[in-house]
Design a protein around this ligand. Structure first.
Ligand code: KG4
Ligand code: ZN
Length: 356
């Protein structure tokens, strides 16, 4: 449903944004001029920790218990009622089906009960949009890189709502590899931040782990599954079934962590630079949980300075899943581009913005 003219939006107009794509239940009340009036995130890390990965059924059930209190808390924090809300935004794709459905159902129910427009957003594009939140100038057009637990993808982003897929991982996401190598090294879940801390004491050149697909400049794809297996063999020995790293010294573990982290970073930096070169876009914008990694931030920054590429990386607190990045929905609100109540969740990755 598109209205032809741009809508007049007052600076005090509020959007209620909802996020439940994976294992964070989040809501935020956002003004058009970029203020966050209320925000609440309920994380599920403790529920999934003993499985060392997100269990979809557990995630969906936990969202169900938390979604209304999370929305209620963000509205109370903002000190507003339904009358001040002008639209309900919700991440509808990609994500875990059960998790997506909880956020979407809550958003539809509120849109119907409060007679507000409903706006579905792409979670991956919201991670990229997060790079521009709080900045006066637009980050578009750009190459968008999303590097998270579920995705490691490159996009050509002509505008916040006009984008297409350039390439990405053909197997595991970088965050998934961080988390699984974290398990091998006996670190808590999710392993990414812990592994990165351990890596500070290690030598990133100690072990020559592979840089899968980095030399293949014919495509902008990446692969982390084989790298993960290379770490496993390094720890356990070829052909062994045991992932346990108890036999390793702390120095050996730190060297494995640092060498693995460097291999991942080399692949991400290499393919991101190639994407900018190919598209001739002026800037690179990076979001997603792994973008919180300090070493990745530093090495992206060094590489972009060297090649005169403008770089924007989302603020660390906006890298992992949150509802503030749902501000992306303002871009559709201002042109009156709303969804109907039969909007559905799309668990899979979309390669182009769907035609409406
Ligand atoms: O964006 P996000 O919250 O969820 C998805 O959409 O997937 O990303 C979570 C991922 C996890 O794999 C976590 O280990 C990783 O981001 N992560 C990190 C760091 N902080 C979070 N990975 C490496 N270094 C970090 N500092
Ligand atoms: Zn995410």
């Amino acid at each position: 449903m598109t209205h032809p003219d741009r809508l007049e939006i007052s600076n005090d107009a509020c959007l209620l944004a909802i996020e439940s794509t994976c294992d964070e239940t989040a809501a935020a009340v956002l003004t058009r001029d970029g203020r966050v009036l209320g925000e609440c995130i309920a994380t599920q890390e403790s529920l999934h920790e003993r499985f060392a990965g997100v269990v979809p059924e557990i995630a969906a059930r936990a969202h169900l218990e938390r979604i209304l209190p999370v929305i209620d808390t963000s509205m109370r924090q903002a000190g507003i009622g339904p009358a001040q809300i002008c639209a309900i935004a919700v991440a509808t794709h990609p994500g875990l089906p059960g998790s997506l459905l909880v956020g979407l159902s809550a958003a539809k129910a509120l849109a119907l009960a409060w007679s507000k427009p409903l706006i579905g957003i792409n979670h991956v594009q919201a991670h990229i949009y997060a790079c521009g939140i709080g900045k006066p100038e637009s980050i578009f057009p750009c190459v968008g890189l999303v590097v998270s637990g579920g995705h490691t993808n490159l996009y050509q982003c002509n505008s916040p709502i006009d984008w297409s897929y350039l390439g990405g991982t053909i197997d595991d996401a970088a965050g998934e590899a961080f988390d699984k190598v974290g398990v091998m090294l006996g670190l808590p879940f999710p392993g990414g931040p812990h592994l990165s801390k351990l890596a500070q004491d290690g030598d990133p050149t100690a072990i020559p782990f592979p840089r899968p697909m980095l030399d293949d400049t014919s495509r902008l794809d990446l692969s982390f599954s084989g790298l993960k297996t290379a770490v496993r063999y390094r720890i356990a020995g070829v052909g062994k079934q045991d992932w346990n790293s108890h036999h390793l010294s702390e120095t050996e573990k730190a060297d494995i962590a640092a060498s693995f982290e460097q291999a991942v970073i080399d692949c991400i930096v290499g393919k991101s630079l190639l994407a900018v070169k190919r598209t001739e876009l002026p800037r690179l914008c990076v979001g997603g949980g792994v973008a919180a990694n300090r070493k990745l931030r530093k090495q992206l920054s060094d590489a972009c300075s060297l090649h005169h590429i403008e770089l924007h990386i989302a603020d660390p607190k906006l890298c992992t899943d949150n509802a503030v990045m749902g501000a992306l929905a303002w871009e559709r609100y201002q042109v009156g581009d709303f969804d109907s109540l039969d909007l559905d969740a799309q668990p899979g990755l979309l390669r182009h913005r769907p035609k409406r």
